[in-house]
Design a protein around this ligand. Sequence first.
Ligand SMILES: Cc1cc2nc3c(=O)[nH]c(=O)nc-3n(C[C@H](O)[C@H](O)[C@H](O)COP(=O)(O)OP(=O)(O)OC[C@H]3O[C@@H](n4cnc5c(N)ncnc54)[C@H](O)[C@@H]3O)c2cc1C
Ligand SMILES: NC(=O)c1ccc[n+]([C@@H]2O[C@H](COP(=O)([O-])OP(=O)(O)OC[C@H]3O[C@@H](n4cnc5c(N)ncnc54)[C@H](O)[C@@H]3O)[C@@H](O)[C@H]2O)c1
Length: 497
Amino acid sequence: MPPYNTINLHPDSHHPSSLPTDTFDVIYIGSGWSTHVSATRLTKAGMTSVIIEAELFGGECPFWACVPSKALLRPGEAFDEVQGVGGAKERVDSAKGLDVDAVMQRRDTWTSNWDEEKMMVPYIASSGAHLVRGYGKLIGVKKVKVTTSTGESFILTAGQAVVVCTGSEPLIPKIPGLTEAKPWTPREAVSTSDVPKHLLVLGAGVVGCEMVSAFASFGAKVTLVSSTAEILPRVDPEAGAIIRKRFEKQGVNVHLSTTVTRVQREEDGSLIAELAGKPEVKVSEILVAAGRKSRTNGIGLEQFGLAIDGSPINVDDSLCVPSDSSSWLYAVGDVNGRSPTTHGAKYHGRILAKVLLARKNGANFEPKEADGTAAAADRYAIPQVIFTHPNVASVGLTRQKAAAAGRKVKEITALAKTEGAELRMDGYEDGWAQWIVDAESGKLVGATFVGDNVAELLHASTVAVVGGMTLEQLAHAIPSFPTMSEVYLNLLEAAGF
Ligand SMILES: Cc1cc2nc3c(=O)[nH]c(=O)nc-3n(C[C@H](O)[C@H](O)[C@H](O)COP(=O)(O)OP(=O)(O)OC[C@H]3O[C@@H](n4cnc5c(N)ncnc54)[C@H](O)[C@@H]3O)c2cc1C
Ligand SMILES: NC(=O)c1ccc[n+]([C@@H]2O[C@H](COP(=O)([O-])OP(=O)(O)OC[C@H]3O[C@@H](n4cnc5c(N)ncnc54)[C@H](O)[C@@H]3O)[C@@H](O)[C@H]2O)c1
């Protein structure tokens, strides 16, 4: 597959002149998941909408983020699993490692070779919304200008609402020589078909750590540079430490509490990276995974007093921009910063559809969590699975977030290890499980799991956090034998049940 810079990001289909009208009930700027989810519901209810997309329909997730990255990660996981299953492992030549070309080909199938017409255009169109290609910019209340890649402009008008769903883009730290060296961003990393001999990953958040796992499984030498004292700083430090130790066991060089201070690309294409307080390293490629900023620049937000510096657009629980007294401007997905994940965007899409329908139908509408017209879970129960080898899965509060919020909590920890896990895979390496319980109410408010295959364990805890369940109630939730879910028995036993 061609690398990122050869993929046409601006196909010339869906020209604005092909639209049947210039007025729609709702205008979406950006075509990610939240757009599809809400537009589908609005169409069912008889409303009209148009989706403006500057690049490929579908947004970051199917082409540049979740889907290709998970396609790159799964083969390494499956390969490790099969080494622990007698009867199957004898048929696999473990010395040869992964067939990296086949991994890339499978990834290319999942991204439809970055051909939006194969999967994403029909899918987004199935929402019933009209699709138009161009750059969307607010030019007044309920007015959006669409500019095509050839510079033609068209004005669209919204009857009810404009929804900003422009997503986020990578942050490139101001490090001398870094921009000039043209490092990889996540887009290059997930679309490459070449494995650098030595990859330096700058930033040990979710993107950085997932890419460490992927490229280590392809046989690359990997150096990870983290400005924080432990990797994966948004989850419990114990979880970060387990993943770091596993990385180090795989031969990854992890540099904590440091950063790259200067970068230079050499004539042979290699890069020299100077590290603060450490010897410089020569690598074949650098991936910058240092976080993301909201895409707020160039879309006309400043005329409504909103910041355009990459900080999230502040919205209320109905996902509406609060300064907007007539409730016509909304922001969903990464751009509002509430839960920068695809599942967070899908959640916003559901809430948004209910809000727009309620506002269309009733003058005295008050957003309520109970009827799905106010987002709430993205404040206290947003789950996240980090698909490193092994996985980290977490929901709700960590000890650190609880302390920052001044909440008294109890921590319960146990091994993430069960007979079911070992039956699936001989030599299953012990993982770690943690529950965070509110000290006053006894309700579960957070959970973290680290270990191979723990991703699917998470949803039970998410349901328990959203449902406000106590350990007394959870003691009656019996996990089946022999499954990974018996980790929940380990936690209950550690809690004295
Ligand atoms: C490498 C990587 C892996 C990830 N893996 C996961 C994962 O496994 N699970 C998970 O839940 N999340 C994952 N994420 C996060 C996830 O991709 C994002 O949270 C999600 O894509 C956000 O969706 P969105 O709709 O807000 O924005 P996006 O998907 O970014 O879509 C925004 C769209 O708006 C368009 N646009 C922007 N400005 C304009 C404009 N002015 N006019 C017209 N169109 C415009 C853009 O071209 C883009 O198509 C990952 C992210 C990365 C980088
Ligand atoms: N599986 C998933 O759900 C998944 C996967 C990938 C990405 N995402 C989402 O994408 C978003 C972006 O992820 P990300 O990993 O880029 O951001 P992040 O904010 O999670 O991590 C970036 C890390 O880089 C570090 N950093 C910043 N500047 C640095 C520097 N100069 N030197 C060294 N380290 C530096 C930061 O301290 C931080 O730990 C996140 O919101 C994440 O939730 C989700």
